[in-house]
Design a protein around this ligand. Sequence first.
Ligand SMILES: NC(=O)c1ccc[n+]([C@@H]2O[C@H](COP(=O)([O-])OP(=O)(O)OC[C@H]3O[C@@H](n4cnc5c(N)ncnc54)[C@H](OP(=O)(O)O)[C@@H]3O)[C@@H](O)[C@H]2O)c1
Length: 350
Amino acid sequence: MVSVGVVGASGYVGGEILRLLLQHGGVDVTLATSRTMKGEYVFKAHPNLKGFTELKFTDDDPVTAASKVDLLFLSVPHGSSVKVTPEIVEMGTRLIDMTGDFRLKDPSLYPIWYGFEHPAPDLLPRFVYGLPETHREEIRNARFVANPGCIASSTIYSLLPFARSGMINDVTVVDAKTGSSASGNAANRASVYSERYNSIRPYRAAGHRHTAEIEQELSQHAGRKVKVALSAHAVNMVRGIQTTSSVFTDREVAEVDVWKIMRQTYRGEPFVRFIRDRDGVYRLPDPKITVGSNFVDIGFEIDRHTGRVVVISTIDNLIKGAAGNSVHSMNLMLGFPETQGLSTIPLHPA
Ligand SMILES: NC(=O)c1ccc[n+]([C@@H]2O[C@H](COP(=O)([O-])OP(=O)(O)OC[C@H]3O[C@@H](n4cnc5c(N)ncnc54)[C@H](OP(=O)(O)O)[C@@H]3O)[C@@H](O)[C@H]2O)c1
């Protein structure tokens, strides 16, 4: 059986990768690292895993970890992956990097969006952007995958049909709402319950770093430079991302046109659902309805008054926005059925 390991396994994303891998059936989880919880059972950090594994955390550094497994998930903070990745690439171990360190193809964008000069620009082309619906064949043949950001994934899913069909305008306005787990489990002043609870905090009204990867991917599909004006808010949820995008179109667009490009883009995709109903509580996507699953839910409304299509997309940030997409990529890289380990039906009520 293929052996896999997770570095940064005490974090939220690392915990979700472990949960998905433990019920996958085709891989053996042989290693989970945490520098602060060495020697502890992984269920000390992730109590939901009690009874499913007796694995204990090690404090192997990422390079040593990579030497012990066939495929490694690197689930550490931005900026710490690039310090160790060159050695792992040299070693050749299959790697799925959850950070933003290898998502951008143009090294000149790193100082602008991430605040550092990229120390290994020659490695950027060796990483495939890990969105299975858009880079399926490249991921299948990849050894190194850069898993997308959570807000980026949700936005790309909703705008991809418009980029591909040429319906997208030069600038698209995107309003993102995100749950608290999106910023990881390290405590800080902003994450204190009394500050975070009941708040709608515009934590990045402009300049969100996911803008760069969204523009990179959409521009590729549009065949020209497209921009997104992204504003991100922290809202009162633990899990979930909702992106509401205003696509201003050059021509009048009918419902049937939007359905057509949505179906053309996502026909046969196992993890994309269209949500648009005439009545009921959940007429359009709500992140609550994706919790626990690898689905992205997409819906739309046409606003004839201003000539825009409002596209709403929702995901569970920890799954379709992180761990689930990475396991989907792992399935492609290792030749498993794409949905293996990812068929969980979302919770309701959540
Ligand atoms: N949360 C999300 O929804 C989400 C979505 C998409 C992508 N991501 C990305 O996924 C990565 C992990 O996110 P997260 O939310 O799981 O963060 P997290 O909860 O803060 O976990 C990060 C883990 O990395 C370990 N760590 C920290 N610094 C390290 C270092 N220098 N070397 C090795 N290990 C280190 C920490 O464990 P120890 O200190 O015990 O070693 C910690 O458990 C980040 O790059 C994040 O941006 C997160």
